[in-house]
Write a protein that binds this ligand. Structure first.
Ligand code: AMP
Length: 409
C-alpha cells in the first residue's frame, strides 16, 4: 500500500494553461450572522500550497468543495461565497490582483461552464457548494461528468472527504484523463502509508477515545504492525474489565469485553507490548468541579468513582515508550480532555511526541490534534492529519475510494 509510489501527484503534471479542478476541503465553521463569517480558516490555509503550486505554474484553477449538510438544496447560510474574500487575501501574494478569484453561483451548469471557459492562466474560480446537489453524495455519473467537463485535469487536495465515494472525490475521475493527489493529500499518503507499510522501528501507536467499538478495527489492524500499542481514554476501562479488573463508575462497554479480550490475546500471541493505564485520575462526577483523586490501580477500584484521565505513573510509562520510538502514531484523547482537570494525560502525550524529534510522529483525531495545538508543539510533530475519519480508515487498513480512484503514476 505504498500509495505515494503508486499514485500520480500534482508534482508529476504539466499544469501550464490547463484547467485544473482541485477538490479542496473548505468545510469551515461559519458564524450564524446574516452575513456569515469564517470562524476558523485552518482548512482553507492548508490548501493554499496546492493552489499556489498550480497558479505559479500558470494553471487555470477551479476549486470545488462542500460546506455543511445542505441535503441537496440551495441553502444561503451554507454558501461558499464568504470563502472568496478569504481566498483573495490568502492568495494575494501569489496573484496580486484580488479580482483573480471569481465565484460561480452553481457548481455545474452553463454559468459555471462559461466562467471556467473564460479563465485565464493564473486565475481561480471557486464553485458553489457541491452538496447543493443530491447527485454529489449519490456519486451520480451524469453530475460527475458535468464537473469533469469544467476541467482538463483533476486534483484531489482534500484528505478529509476522501473516504467517501462522492462525485467530486471518485466519480469525476472516470471522466478526466488524469487524476492526481494535491500536496496535502500527497503528504497524508506519504506519512500514513510509510507508517503502516514500512515503519521505522520501534513503532508505537497510542489509541484513545471513548469507545472500543469505534476503534477496534484500528486496534486490530495495528496489532499486526506495531511493536507497542498504548491504550488510554475511556476505552481502556473495557480492556481492564477484560483483564478481570473492576473500574467503578468509569465509562465501559460491557458488550465489548469479549472483543477487548480477543485483542489482548492477539497482541499476546504476536508478542507485542499492549499497555493499559496503571493509574488513574478519578472523579466523583463527570464535571470540571468534581472531587478528584489519583488512584494507583493496586487496591480495589473505589466503586463510586469514575476514571476520567490517566494518572502520573501512566504518563511516565507511556512517555518512556514514546521516547524510545522511531515511529509514533497517535489518535484519540487519554481522558476527558475537554475538561481542564482531565486534560493532563492528553497534553502530556502531545509533549512526549514533540520531544522525540528523531521519530516520525503522526497525530490524527480532533482531540489529539487540539492537544497538540493547545500545547504549542504543532511544529514539532512530523505530520498532523487533516482528516479524522479518513486517517482512522487508513489505520484500519481500508482503501479510501478517493485515493484508489487517482491515476497510477
Ligand atoms: P473519540 O471521539 O472516540 O476520540 O473520543 C473522544 C471522547 O472520549 C471525548 O469526548 C472524551 O470526553 C471521551 N473520553 C475520553 N476519556 C474518557 C473517560 N475516561 N471517561 C469518559 N469519557 C472519556
Amino acid at each position: 500500500m505504498l500509495y505515494r509510489m503508486a499514485k500520480l501527484s500534482i508534482r508529476d503534471l504539466d499544469l501550464t494553461g490547463k484547467r485544473v479542478l482541485i477538490r479542496v476541503d473548505f468545510n469551515v465553521p461559519l458564524s450564524k450572522d446574516a452575513e456569515p463569517r469564517i470562524l476558523d480558516d485552518t482548512r482553507i490555509r492548508e490548501t493554499i500550497p496546492t493552489i499556489e503550486y498550480a497558479l505559479r505554474r500558470k494553471a487555470k484553477v477551479i476549486l470545488a468543495a462542500h460546506l455543511g449538510r445542505p441535503k441537496g438544496k440551495h441553502v444561503d447560510s451554507l454558501s461558499l461565497r464568504p470563502v472568496v474574500d478569504r481566498l483573495r487575501a490568502l492568495l494575494d501574494h501569489v496573484i496580486g490582483e484580488s479580482e483573480n478569484v471569481a465565484f460561480a453561483p452553481d457548481c455545474v451548469g452553463p454559468v459555471a461552464e462559461e466562467l471556467a471557459r473564460q479563465l485565464e492562466n493564473g486565475q481561480t474560480l471557486l464553485l458553489e457548494n457541491l452538496r447543493f446537489h443530491t447527485e454529489e453524495e449519490a456519486n451520480d455519473p451524469e453530475f460527475a461528468k458535468q464537473l469533469a467537463n469544467l476541467c482538463d485535469i483533476y486534483v484531489n487536495a482534500a484528505f478529509g472527504p476522501a473516504h467517501r465515494a462522492h462525485a467530486s472525490t471518485e466519480g469525476i475521475t472516470h471522466f478526466v484523463a488524469q487524476s492526481a493527489a494535491g500536496l496535502l493529500m500527497d503528504k497524508e499518503l506519504t506519512y500514513l502509508s510509510k507508517a503502516t507499510s514500512d515503519p521505522n522501528r520501534p513503532f508505537v501507536a497510542i489509541i484513545g477515545g471513548a469507545k472500543v467499538s469505534d476503534k477496534i478495527e484500528v486496534i486490530d489492524f495495528l496489532i499486526d504492525k506495531v511493536d507497542a500499542l498504548l491504550i488510554g481514554g475511556a476505552m481502556a476501562y473495557t480492556f481492564l474489565n477484560a483483564q478481570g479488573q473492576t473500574t467503578g463508575k468509569s465509562l465501559t462497554e460491557l458488550d465489548k469485553v469479549d472483543v477487548a479480550r480477543a485483542a489482548l490475546d492477539k497482541a499476546a500471541a504476536r508478542g507485542i507490548k499492549f499497555l493499559l493505564p496503571v493509574d488513574h485520575m478519578l472523579a466523583d462526577k463527570f464535571s470540571a468541579e468534581a472531587k478528584t483523586q489519583v488512584f494507583s490501580g493496586a487496591e480495589p477500584f473505589p466503586a463510586e468513582m469514575m476514571a476520567l484521565d490517566i494518572g502520573p505513573e501512566t504518563i511516565r510509562l507511556f512517555s518512556a515508550e514514546v521516547d524510545d520510538a522511531a515511529t509514533v502514531v497517535w489518535n484519540g484523547p487519554m481522558g476527558v480532555a475537554e475538561l481542564a482537570p482531565f486534560a493532563k494525560g492528553t497534553n502530556a502525550i502531545a509533549r512526549a511526541l514533540s520531544k522525540n524529534e528523531d521519530a516520525i510522529t503522526i497525530v490524527g483525531g480532533g482531540d489529539s490534534v487540539a492537544a497538540v495545538h493547545n500545547s504549542g508543539v504543532s511544529d514539532k510533530i512530523s505530520h498532523i492529519s487533516t482528516g479524522g475519519g479518513a486517517s482512522l480508515e487508513f489505520l484500519e487498513g481500508k482503501t479510501l475510494p478517493g485515493v484508489a480512484a487517482l491515476s497510477e503514476k
